[in-house]
Write a protein that binds this ligand. Sequence first.
Ligand code: ADP
Ligand code: MG
Ligand code: ZN
Length: 613
Amino acid sequence: MGKFGKSFLGIVTFLVLLALVFSFFLTPAEEPSTISIGALAQKVEGSAVKSIAVSGDTLNVVFTDGSKATSKKETETGIVETMKNYGVSPEALQKVDVSVTDESGARYWAGILLPTVLPILAMILIFWWIFRQAKGGANQAFTFGKVNIKLFSPNRDKVTFKDVAGLKETKEELEEVVDFLKSPKKFLDIGARIPRGVLLMGAPGTGKTLLARAVAGESNVPFFHLSASEFVEMFVGVGASRVRDLFQTAKRAAPSIIFIDEIDAVGRERGAGLGGGHDEREQTLNQILVEMDGFERDSNVIVMAATNRPDVLDAALLRPGRFDRRVVLDLPDIKDREEILKIHAKGKPLGKSVDLKTIAVRTPGFAGADLANLMNEAAILAARNNKKEVSQLDLVNSIEKVMLGPARKSRTISDNEKKITAYHEAGHALVAASLKGADPVHKVSIVSRGMAGGYTLKLPIEERHLKTKTEFLADLAVSFGGFISESVVFKDVSTGSSNDLRQATEMAHRLVTEYGMSEKLGPRTFGKTQDLIFLGRELSSAKDYSEATSGVIDEEVNLFIKKAFDAAKKIITGHKNILDKIAHILMEQETLEQDEFYAIIKSFNLKQVALKA
Ligand code: ADP
Ligand code: MG
Ligand code: ZN
């Protein structure tokens, strides 16, 4: 039976009981007959009455034969006088035992109070009951507005950067935030704009929450932790008032950190859903934006947020002054995995057989949380077998257990996949290193990040807004590097290149239609895009050229693609030995930092070539 059914049954039972109480008080158990006062007078005169008990206006009569009756007299006159008025002789009256009971008896009051007070009382009771039910059952409906902000005091179970393995670059970026929280004056005196929002992006279990707590622990400030889904609970408007609450509390405790976990729950792009957005979410998001804008320049509150879906976030959240600092948390590579395992091995006695490095090698694609889980499972396994130490076998057996977990399946990489990914990424990196004008390789990794199997991170040497045609062509060639490498090495290609190919096609298309870089078509643009400024993105594009031109555009796009593709293919087939080397090292250690990568390139004496535009 549902909650509603139960309470309904309760109310009905209560009403029935109430009716019973009423009937008990108001109707006597056996109903004596009623006689008129005149008839009573005659009986008295005829000496048939034994006693009369007067209670208010009611006369309870007992006859000499033992039978009973009631009667009523007028209120003002006494019983004796009434009898006299009806012509009863004093002698006859004397034979009757007349008693007067006090009217203030319980029954009298009950008679008056029950019909008036009891219904009111019952109503109050029922209302109170309904309120209590609603409160207990439906998510504290009557305490809305107040957030249950979780405050991690910096002193209790303190987390520091030492407890976070790997993520070196991420930690370096966050050190600045810590520095600011520790000594804001230093920054304010020099007029520096303070970071206001830091967005942590990474796959589930990569340590976003952990890192946010570590920032709080390092800087020794209060840390207000809230999951975004808690904003949007029940009633419209609650989310916004919760946000206000949260920010107010944090400002009072400044310097402090607000941490909004899983911000994508409210921070999704507004107006993106067909059929209207979710009002409540939008209001909550708006309130977050308002609060973040409302910070005074010197308010020492830093807002941190975490998400594993940065792609769906509303652009407004990412504008300067809001979450303008974005930090990516990668899945750990072999080295980091070993370190994470070491951290979680603390307090668990390990046997001599244990080799964490081997475990790290066998767990590609595992996030920090999976590794923590793995350690724990191994300890449980050991304890179940009444052992005092965790053995290597316990660890190995736990790998499978963790792998079978629901979250894991999609992320684990087989050896074969690992090899394909290694060659794919090596292809990108090799082409990038060989071409003049291509951005230098910053990092190569086969640890999956999001959709792609691995990634080759290229960073422009300096922030650039202008890009030349040569550079575009080099970029285009680099994006084909993965595809070509796969096809050259395995004589086959995988789905891992779909993203690269789409990007390349779009880039080539822009070269022709937006930047006027096609010689045949000349310096003009094709297609009128209507920028709806307030939404900040292209919505529609109208054709402003003929069908014939359309064909030429396609030809030109294909020409650029072919040029870049051929250049990349030449590089890869010409330097297969370098490709093999990079791929093998990648399979071994999963990531290559910039200096490691260029050391390999240098050892082969690779010369950069220019891709003629
Ligand atoms: P996320 O918030 O990114 O989903 P969490 O921060 O909640 O992940 O991580 C879950 C757990 O995994 C942490 O409590 C920690 O025990 C472990 N963990 C994750 N990443 C690391 C890491 N880099 N170093 C140490 N432990 C980690
Ligand atoms: Mg988390
Ligand atoms: Zn690729």
